[in-house]
Write a new protein. Sequence first.
Length: 645
Amino acid sequence: MRKELRGVLVVSFVFLTALAGCGGGGRQLPPEQTPAFSPVSPPEAEKVLQQAEKAYSEGKVPHAVSLWERVIKKFPDTASAAKALNRIGEVYLAQGQPDRAGQYFEYLLYAYPGWEGAVAVRLNELRVLAQTGKKKQVMKDAVPLWEAAAARPDVRYELARFMIGLYAGEGDIETAFDWSGSGFSAARNAQERRALTKLTVEFLSNADEGVLQKLYKKNPSDFMRAFIDYRYALIEMGKGKTDMGQQRLKAVLAHNAEHPLVPEIRAALRGAKVEAGPVGESKIPLNSDRIGVLVPLNGPNAKYGAMIVRGLNMAISEWNGRDPNHKITLVIRDGGSEPATAVASYRELTQKEGVLAIIGPLGIQAAREVIPLANSDGVPLLALTQKEDAPSEQTFVLHLLIDSRELVRALVRYCREKLKYERFACLFPDDRYGQKLAKIFSETVQEQGGTILASASYKEKSTDFTEPLQKLLNIAKKNSPVAPAEGTPFEALFIPDQVQAVSLIAPQLPYNNIVGVTLLGTNLWSEAPLVQAGGVYVEHALFATSFYADSQNPRVKAFKERFEALYNTPPSYLEAQAYDALMLLLQSRKAAGARMSREAVFQVLLNAKEFKAVAGTYTVSPKGDLERKYYILQVVDGQLKQVYP
């Protein structure tokens, strides 16, 4: 799909340069040759634009682009052409290609300066600059854009949110606070004020008393001062000055009864975390034939979002093919690399689209923001996260990703019961994932009666592992009841990292006197050709995973064949998991029958038992946790084989 999309967008750019009169020499269209512009959009053009948006919402990006191109070619002197150019530029931006996007936006502003949406395009240009690392230029251009957008509160609101994220990311809380005040002045409804409130509370959580005093000196409005007082009260309560902090909160509440911060203030007075939805929010509409998708379409994780969309598109195509008279529509929105983007997309999916349920988000930060909203709104989330990484209150959430603890437990159980291993060691990358898995592995080995002799970390992107391997071996020898002369003290070595790292570590083991051990890994080892990368050094290596594309299971084989026919590549775990998620949700929707409500569908989902899927057989436990069995794969004679079950 990525190759197809790239080809379509290249064609679009060739057409764009032709429109601009660039030819092969890079010449720009002289001002006197700029097409006569009509602010009126012909009905025929608007119809095609609507078709393009529908195709894009369903994940059919190449088709959407071709429709936008058609509008540009057929109606080049209308507002419809400007809209189409802007949308293609936004597609490039969403795909993490800011330079290409910038060319579209630049041409659009040059050729259609009178278009009413030009000021929004200038905001897109700021996003391009931010993606290309030109943050100082963004900061310089933002204020003039704010002035230019005086008649467009929607653009001012989006600009303020964008700048809050930019300055907060740079640690400049004071300027982020200024932009927050500006954003509230442009907010048009309770939902936008609520979204800004959550953003403001989030970045002020990093403010200490010194920063708060500086904010007080800015002489903020009573409305913005409430945020400072709220943060100050939390600091006081954190220092044990509970009565003082509560009195401050009560004073804020007494003078700001309609403030969007009220839910946070009341929760703090109760000593609880806020789970309230937007102030003044109306009942969420319900379109039971729409399923929301919230995955990253922009930024460093866009490639994972694209993989998930592929699995979902395959599932929806099969489902709709069975019952073409009652088609289900996927509405895909950007989960973003910033929590604010995920929140805004969640609001659009629920308030505007009225989706029945949402698959996503992907990522811890986004989940922590969206889950409380879904709980409050009663919108089922099939989250692509692990339960332990999310908020504790998860009334309407089912976590679908691999449970790391259960995966490691399956691997260790196989080593203990089948291979009779007793002594283990762990070598892990010094990052969040590595630290987490090392801790789980150590706890699991001890839980199952084994012994952890040593654990050592290495820096990310290391190529020479001599130092951590020697450290690991020395610690193991000290902790081992077996004399050093008898060989390597441990029988198995757990390495929770990508195949690329394992392929570098494995050949260095014998040179550091670590021989005869079985390498153990996680599902990350299934995402690349382990045998080809590690060669003879990974012989007998074991790892656990929930999806094995070469499984002899008839369901998996059929899925792989259909997937390869569509995308000309074997499916990954993420694609299989996305496919399963949608099929599980749609089956639950079907089973709910006449009781078509979000709560009814979610209750059916929570009662799922032995659901036969391609990435496992799913059962939801009484606690609301997704349970599944894991494959154990091993390298045997240079081939990857399933050894359990």
